[in-house]
Design a protein. Structure first.
Length: 88
């Protein structure tokens, strides 16, 4: 697993593991990248998390998905990554 902090306060980081890269604002997953596709949740948190989302996607708010859709896509991506690493 690779962890990279994207700001000096360490409140925004990415973790790369297997085929998935997950972006965390504080301890909350807010975006992920898999197979070159970036999925970013709409901001349902704080102003600071909104700034983190903008740092991740360059402010492309139109491409963000609802938080419920994000959770569904994120869970599917984690499941797919797990099975890919198991060789299934």
């Amino acid at each position: 697993m690779t962890i990279k902090y994207l700001n000096t306060t360490k409140s925004l980081r990415l973790e790369q593991n297997g085929t998935i890269t997950v972006f965390y604002s504080y301890a909350t997953p807010v975006a992920f990248k898999q197979e070159g596709n970036l999925t970013v949740s709409q901001n349902v948190w704080s102003r600071t998390t909104g700034k983190h989302l903008t740092q991740i996607d360059g402010g492309n708010k139109k491409s963000r998905v609802s938080f419920d859709k994000f959770k569904e896509l994120f869970n599917n991506a984690l499941r797919n990554d797990y099975f890919n690493r198991q060789g299934a």
